[in-house]
Design a protein around this ligand. Structure first.
Ligand code: NOJ
Length: 538
């Protein structure tokens, strides 16, 4: 008999996070843009889906140059999304359902409309001048160094009135804060305290590895692998503009603050770095940093069984003894999983995400298998696409409204949605999938339910099984709870020898709604099939 996990592990280890892009989840006031009340109305759905926590992309007052990642007030709510009262109500409602709420914290840069920046740019003598990164032109004139914005063009913007440049790693409407200034650091730590006091359960921290730049702001090295089709940002390596040693002390301070609150508050760092560098953001056992340095490897990696086996083994082995892994298939910046690998393999990806060792984050709409959404040129919203068109940087296709049902605008809004819906919304929506046995949503719900009842899945060890060709197989085990996961990453049937302990076992779940084929010690997988197998009861 399987024992249920003891609830003493922090929720962020065993729990599943669900990312909401608030503009696109549910609109309660017919302006075509999702809002906090809309989210509150959908909490029943999220609870029944079986997720544990909700992360909201930014909901703070913002001119929306980068759709909220340009924050003009770190401790308020943009009227588009509602009020601070609405947020308090949402936090309480989420908690009443036994779930957690995570906010997005944007420490690297504010909006150029933030009062801090307005003061900073008002004169060279303003007390907040040094809150941002201002420099004179280079000796011969022109920008102070060769840093390139993530959205293309120089990272420097000239300010005519005060005769200096300011730094912006993203849009010029997103000036970088100067985290080497102790007043900035104190003010930004206060922001965390403000929300922790209000009861939020943690933060996803935007571009955490960017916040400290190398002293003296030296040029970045030229990228020897730059090639046509890459964004301008990649012309140089971000060696001096990101990932400086001093960031770790700041992350540790943030963690000390989070840990001073009851309830296992979580810090999740958005960090795009190779595994060894990523691991540094766990900190040390004595000075821990973020609990989850986001692991984006499944997003950028070719979808092959040997490749994934290597990636997962190496990542799992690199986790420090006091750390816990995490996994992500998609987010509001990267193409959706069903677009990348196709719908049949997106089912395998769902099983992989929810059965690996570590905390998974599910991106809204992936549980419906939403694929590529075409955005007509006259409806493009994303500044990344508008500034560097046509090279695949558009993030609008992954930010389209959540399709709830078959009513006009898929029940997302009674107004005009800010982005088009997925073309197949009439059939690909929550209402159509929720009771359909073979739907993606049913698969997600069943996987999430299995995670709750099997400590092997939520807490267990991970061991790669010998596998060949298109098959990826691994075991999860916690105490006497043991499961075998076998995934066919190809479109042909596969035969696999079951390990002795799984012979005669029971198929707990197949990604396909078909009869599993177990024959003695041989498993036959249908094309694109994944199985979770429990041993024969003792
Ligand atoms: C990362 C966020 O995920 C992305 O959406 C945003 O544009 C940049 N950071 C700048 O904040």
């Amino acid at each position: 008999m399987t024992e249920i996990a003891e609830p003493h592990e922090p929720w962020w280890m065993t729990g599943v996070i669900y990312q909401i892009y608030p503009r696109s989840f549910s609109d309660s006031n017919a302006d075509g843009i999702g809002d906090l009340r809309g989210i509150e109305q959908r909490l029943g759905y999220l609870e029944s889906l079986g997720v544990d926590a909700i992360w909201l992309s930014p909901i703070f007052p913002s001119p929306m140059a980068d759709f909220g990642y340009d924050v003009a007030d770190y401790t308020g709510v943009d009227p588009l999304f509602g009020t601070l009262d609405d947020l308090d109500t949402l936090i309480a409602a989420v908690h009443a359902r036994g779930m957690k709420l995570i906010l997005d914290y944007v420490p690297n840069h504010s909006s150029s409309q933030h009062p801090w920046f307005l003061e900073s740019r008002s004169s060279r003598n303003n007390p907040k001048r040094d809150w941002y990164i201002w420099r004179d032109p280079a000796p011969g004139g022109g920008v102070p160094n060769n840093w390139i914005s993530d959205f293309g063009g120089s990272s420097w913007e000239w300010d005519e009135a005060t005769g200096q440049y300011y730094l912006h790693a993203f849009l010029k409407e997103q000036p970088d804060l100067n985290w080497r200034n102790p007043e900035v650091r104190a003010a930004m730590i206060e922001v965390l305290r403000f929300w922790l006091d209000r009861g939020v359960d943690g933060f996803r921290m935007d571009v955490l590895w960017h916040i400290i730049k190398a002293q003296g702001l030296p040029d970045n090295p030229i990228n020897p692998d730059y090639h046509y089709g890459m964004g301008q940002r990649d012309e140089v390596l971000q060696t001096n503009s990101t990932d400086q040693p001093e960031v770790h002390e700041i992350a540790a301070e943030m963690r000390r603050l989070a840990d001073s609150y009851a309830g296992d508050r979580v810090l999740i760092g958005e960090i795009y770095l190779p595994t060894p560098k990523l691991m540094e953001y766990y900190g040390t056992a004595e000075a821990p940093e973020v609990q989850q340095p986001f692991n984006f490897q499944l997003i950028g990696f070719p979808w092959t069984a040997p490749g994934l086996a290597k990636l997962i083994s190496e990542y799992d082995a690199a986790i420090p003894p006091f750390g816990w892994p995490n996994w992500v298939l998609g987010n509001h910046d990267r193409p959706r999983i069903a677009d990348r690998v196709g719908e049949a393999q997106a089912r395998i990806a769902a099983m992989l995400l929810l059965t690996l060792r570590g905390a998974p984050t599910v991106y809204y709409g992936d549980e419906l298998g939403i694929g590529r959404v075409e955005i007509p040129p006259d409806r493009v919203q994303d500044p990344a696409e508008l500034r560097q068109p046509g090279i695949g940087l558009n993030r609008d296709p992954v930010r389209t409204p959540m399709p709830w049902d078959g009513t006009p605008n898929a029940g997302f809004t009674s107004g005009e949605p800010w982005l088009p819906l997925n073309a197949d919304w009439k059939t690909r929506n929550v209402a159509a999938q929720i009771d359909a046995p073979g739907s993606m949503l049913t698969l997600y719900r069943r996987l999430l339910a299995l995670r709750r009842t099997h400590p092997a899945l939520s807490l267990g060890d991970w061991r790669l099984s010998p596998c060949e060709g298109d098959v990826l197989a691994y075991e999860r085990q916690h105490a006497d709870d043991r499961l075998l996961i076998v995934l066919n990453l190809g479109a042909r049937p596969q035969r696999v020898a079951a390990p002795a302990w799984a012979v005669g076992g029971t198929v707990m779940l197949s990604t396909l709604d078909s009869a599993p084929m177990l024959n003695g010690d041989t498993l036959t997988l249908h094309p694109n099939e994944g199985l979770i197998i429990a041993p024969k009861a003792a």
